[in-house]
Design a protein around this ligand. Structure first.
Ligand SMILES: *[C@@H]1O[C@H](CO)[C@@H](O)[C@H](O)[C@H]1NC(C)=O
Ligand SMILES: *[C@@H]1O[C@H](CO)[C@@H](O)[C@H](O)[C@H]1NC(C)=O
Length: 536
């Protein structure tokens, strides 16, 4: 990634030029969101949920590449609150990431306005609360970024677009879940699965003979799902902002925090068909259904439901390896996705991150390389900017699993802007994991069972591994990703199993450069919230 100085300078000037131009011409979308408690009965019993402008799930954001999003979030809950924009890269501006390592939470009865650009992004994303266990009761929604009209899409035109937020759901409220976790207990299996906040009543109508795009996101906090539509094939076209090889699937595994877009052609007889989501790797299996209705149908969907894959992980791992990047397709920009030859870039650092379930001071905690993360009262990003000492120590977490006793801590990896690194997620637990990185995407180069060794590299996919922001790690297995840290900032690397994250299964990557120019990072926003030692 080394470039001659003059070239870096030239690229800097060009980038700056294009950003200025983009900002001048790209549209702004303004939102004012009231976040309140409300009552809904997603699984039949009334319970407290989080509403945004009275909606559950929250209102979808439908935008176009490069648009600027301005969201004034008014917190009317009784607890501090933040929303994170899952998969939005927040180019040069981790200020807007909305996690406790980058932002002070919005106090109750006050508001804060997020401002960010959907720079060079296209695809299927979501947002959700990052504070406490709030997202267990709502506050999440879809964030869809469509192509600019001047950019072609690498798949056939479709007649319509449906968004499905699929996820597990607990009847116990967020506060009961927090209490349970704080007392040292793990969470039980969820009580059910929902599609767009409904248990068995979501329906989607299309015309026979036409093709529709289904954007599907696992918004759940604990379980992987398998998704399928009775009598219809799913043609995968997009995975978290990357255009995939357009393979046909009977069903797809989607892990917590992951999104896909598939094309479905309504080629059957005019009737209703079941849309099915069921949990993976759980005992018992939870299932929910929705309906795909052909216009003019008066025949209800009929059993049996299409069968789910078996419990075993082998099927899932095999499918995961087939999800690959279409090298000739463009993404948000016209240049082909394959023009960045990630397989030939020199790796400057390897992090082997082993997650574990531990007992610290008599309580259940989760660790990454021996450290169970605790949010400091001063966000890491503010400590960095205002030079506040004592909040964190760079590289206090080891690059490899250690045998030191597990401990609580504020772990931050110190990395340089533009470092090209390898991360191995080594799962030492008998349960499936789902890891997400903010600020950038990574190339998924390998999945394997057992313990990763340098020999495992021989089986890496160095040609067309999919670039995504969230990846699963099978029980007692490993997943390898390659990342270009091309976005300066403080980035959360976290478990999407929300109870595990709450109990410490997360860390931060600091992508740093001493260059103070706006070409590498924007200034602290004028409306920044202050807290902890950054109050004054
Ligand atoms: C809070 O909302 C008001 C408008 O209702 C707005 O003028 C103000 O900038 C917002 N505050 C922050 C910190 O974003
Ligand atoms: C890859 O993308 C191109 C568009 O650039 C498209 O024509 C082609 O069908 C795609 N190939 C596969 C296998 O998905």
């Amino acid at each position: 990634m080394e470039q001659p100085i003059f070239l870096q300078f030239l690229l800097g000037v060009l980038a700056c030029f294009s950003i200025l131009c983009a900002n001048a011409e790209d549209a702004y979308r303004y939102y004012t969101w009231s976040v309140t408690y409300g009552t809904r009965a997603p699984l039949g019993d009334y319970q407290r949920v989080i509403l945004i402008n009275n909606q559950f799930p929250g209102p979808p954001i439908e935008a176009v590449t490069n648009e600027n999003i301005i969201v004034n979030v008014i917190n009317q809950l009784d607890e501090p609150f933040l929303i994170t924009w899952h998969g939005v890269k927040q180019r040069k501006t981790s200020w807007q990431d909305g996690v406790l390592g980058t932002n002070c939470p919005i106090p109750p009865n006050s508001n804060w306005t997020y401002k960010f650009q959907l720079k060079d992004q296209v695809g299927t994303y979501m947002y959700y609360p990052s504070t406490s266990m709030h997202r267990a009761i709502g506050g999440f929604g879809a964030l869809n970024i469509n192509q600019r009209s001047v950019i072609s899409i690498p798949y056939p035109a479709f007649a319509g677009d449906f968004t499905l937020l699929v996820g597990d759901w607990y009847k116990a409220g967020d506060k009961a879940l927090v209490e349970k976790l704080n007392s040292g207990l793990s969470l039980p299996l969820p009580d059910g699965l929902l599609i767009n906040g409904l248990h068995r009543s979501s329906s989607f109508t299309g015309e026979k003979g036409k093709t529709y795009k289904f954007r599907i996101t696992n918004v759940g906090i604990s379980t992987s799902i398998n998704f399928r539509i009775q009598g219809h094939k799913l043609i995968l076209v997009e995975v978290e902002g990357s255009h995939s090889l357009q393979e046909a699937y009977e069903s797809l595994d989607i892990h917590p925090g992951q999104s896909v877009a598939v094309l479905v052609t309504l080629s059957g007889a005019i009737k209703d068909y079941y849309i099915v989501a069921s949990t993976r790797f759980t005992q018992p299996i939870l299932t929910t259904t929705g309906i795909l209705r052909y216009q003019g149908s008066n025949t209800p969907a009929s059993l049996p439901l299409p069968i789910a894959p078996t419990y075993h992980v082998h099927w899932s791992m095999k499918q995961a390896r087939t999800i690959r990047l279409n090298l000739t397709a463009n993404a948000a920009r016209p240049n082909p996705q394959g023009s960045f030859h990630y397989g030939s870039i020199k790796i400057v650092r390897t992090l082997v991150l082993a997650n574990a379930k531990e007992n610290i001071n008599g309580k259940l905690r989760y660790t990454v390389n021996g450290i169970s993360y605790v949010d400091p009262t001063t966000p890491l990003k503010l400590a960095d900017w205002f030079n506040i000492p004592g909040v964190f120590t760079l590289n206090n977490i080891k690059d490899f699993p250690t045998s030191r006793p597990p401990a609580m801590g504020v772990s931050v990896f110190g990395l340089s802007l533009h470092d090209f690194i390898e991360i191995i997620f080594q799962n030492t637990e008998p349960t499936i994991q789902s890891w997400h990185l903010d600020g950038t995407s990574f190339y998924v180069v390998g999945y394997g069972s057992g313990k990763w060794t340098t020999d495992s590299k021989r089986r890496y996919n160095l040609a067309d591994g999919i670039a995504r922001h969230t990846v699963q790690v099978y029980p007692n297995s490993w997943t390898a990703v390659l990342v270009s840290l091309d976005n300066k900032g403080m980035w959360n690397l976290r478990s999407q199993i929300w109870s595990d994250r709450f109990l410490g299964k997360q860390t931060y990557l600091r992508a740093w450069s001493n260059d103070k120019s706006l070409n590498t990072e924007t200034d602290v926003p004028p409306n920044v919230l202050r807290c902890g030692q950054a109050l004054h």
